[in-house]
Write a protein that binds this ligand. Structure first.
Ligand code: P5A
Length: 445
């Protein structure tokens, strides 16, 4: 993309309404614009990152054997009356009447809708196990929408639902989700720690939240610092293997890590004092096993091997896709702007032309652009007639991890400059070598 043809409305001033750094930087970098309280338009740069996050979530869900689909945002109230949640959900639910005076709602989650689909089409244990998921907008009329996309009213969520014959099978689905979530967050450059949590309005006794540690996080968390040493890495887990998934769950959840809702002071005090941590975190996902809560209320039954009709065991599993963007920025920025992890960056590499209009500099930039593109990479070329300082400030603000700077002086010696956004370190290289290096960095991502 050439910046002169793009739509990147960066703000010079710090917006006064933004209280935390991710919100401030998303507004300043022209990624989002508030449409009304807790509701945002995703401008091209923000939309690009949102799509990247969505793709990673899809890839990891499919890798785990889960099946993508799409359900609507608007739902009929009738299903929620069946489950009993229409009254329970309270004011967080946005209720709407259609022209025929029928009660509708903008879905805050989809347990009812998916259970209705299941009961209409599945009747035998032979069709199990089954995990369906979608990535779709949700609406929760939060009392205090704040911190930009972090606590929105309209937000983008991946929600998946497993259907199993037995509790044992459903717990395997739970563990499988935990493993796939660990992989998902690590691909985004994040450490998200699974913590024992509370079921809230979704229900269920088995539930873990995934928290990214950050001072601005809304949740208070208590943990053994040993949990922060764990990384998933590039392990090749067989998602069908009960033992392998169980082993990962045990490894990542056996040390103390809880949100304030489930915190137990006595257990916490058993941890050696130098490892006890009280901190804040951003909840970027949650997994639940809730047994037959919805299948019994909504009569979602299958015929078991013995011919008897039994309600299915279910769980649901959510990732806050739009919230993740805020969490990544909270975890990865400096005073100049965002620093995108390579796995989610909107463009792979910036190209800064120090002397736009100079024949040689323009030609070198065009050649770099063509080479990077030919290798399947997406460069963002700042081809505007601007001062070098302004171009660098924009690149630093929007946070592309790599920048190639091209100017007449370097070109005389046959070199361009490759700079890392994270370390600020630069090296001079012939243009082809810079392209090669960028390609190597992204190989396999
Ligand atoms: C699991 C999937 C559920 O709704 N039902 C379907 C279950 N879980 S949850 O924990 O309530 O939400 C899942 C994730 O969505 C994100 N989230 C939000 N993101 C932005 N703004 C909000 N107001 C908001 N509310 C929830 C969180 O990341 C949460 O973990």
């Amino acid at each position: 993309m050439r910046l002169s043809r793009y739509f990147l409305p960066v703000l010079k001033e710090n917006p006064s309404e933004a209280q935390i750094v991710s919100h401030r930087l998303m507004l300043r970098a022209g990624m989002i614009k508030q449409a009304s309280a807790g509701i945002y338009s995703w401008l091209p740069l923000g939309f690009k990152v949102l799509r990247k996050l969505e793709n990673i979530v899809h890839e990891e869900q499919v890798r785990a054997g889960h099946i993508p689909m799409l359900m609507p945002t608007l739902q009929s109230a009738d299903l929620w009356r069946e489950s009993g949640r229409y009254d329970d959900y309270g004011q967080e639910m946005l209720r709407i009447k259609d022209r025929h005076d029928r009660d509708m709602l903008y879905g805050p989650t989809n347990e009812e809708l998916i259970t209705d689909i299941f009961r209409a089409h599945v009747g035998s244990y032979k069709d199990l196990p089954l995990t369906l998921y979608h990535i779709q907008w949700k609406f929760r009329d939060e009392i205090r929408p704040r911190f930009g996309v972090m606590r929105g009213r309209e937000f983008f969520m991946k929600d998946g639902y497993n259907f199993d014959l037995t509790k044992e099978d459903a717990l395997h689905a739970y563990n499988r989700h935990l493993v796939s979530y660990l992989r998902t967050y690590e691909r985004m450059g994040l450490q998200a720690i699974p913590m024992r949590a509370d079921g809230g309005p979704i229900g269920g006794d088995y539930t873990h939240e995934f928290l990214v540690l950050a001072e601005t996080g809304e949740s208070e968390v208590f943990y053994d610092s040993a949990v922060t040493d764990l990384t998933f890495g590039d392990r090749d887990i067989d998602y069908d293997s009960v033992e392998e998934c169980q082993a990962v769950l045990e490894e990542f959840t056996s040390k103390y890590a809880r949100t304030d809702e489930t915190h137990d002071e006595a257990l916490f005090n058993d941890i050696p004092e130098d490892r006890r941590r009280v901190a804040r975190g951003i909840e970027v996902g949650q997994i639940f096993y809730f047994g037959t809560k919805y299948s019994e209320a909504m009569n979602a039954v299958v015929q078991g091997p013995d011919g008897k009709q039994v309600p299915v065991h279910m769980g649901s599993h959510g990732i806050g896709v739009s919230r993740l963007m805020g969490a990544i920025i909270e975890a990865s920025h400096d005073d100049k702007g965002i620093i995108w992890p390579e796995g989610v960056t909107p463009y792979h590499c910036g190209i800064v032309n120090l002397k736009q209009g100079d024949e040689e500099a323009d030609a070198a930039c065009d050649a770099l652009y063509a080479s990077l593109t030919a290798l399947g990479l997406e460069p963002l070329y700042d081809d505007r007639n601007e001062r070098a300082g302004g171009k660098f400030a924009t690149m630093d603000l929007i946070g592309l991890p790599w920048r190639i700077t091209v100017g007449p002086r370097g070109l005389k010696n046959g070199v361009v400059e490759l700079t890392s956004r994270r370390t600020g370190e630069s090296e001079e290289l012939p243009p082809e070598a810079a392209v090669q290096k960028v390609a190597e960095i992204y190989a396999g991502l």
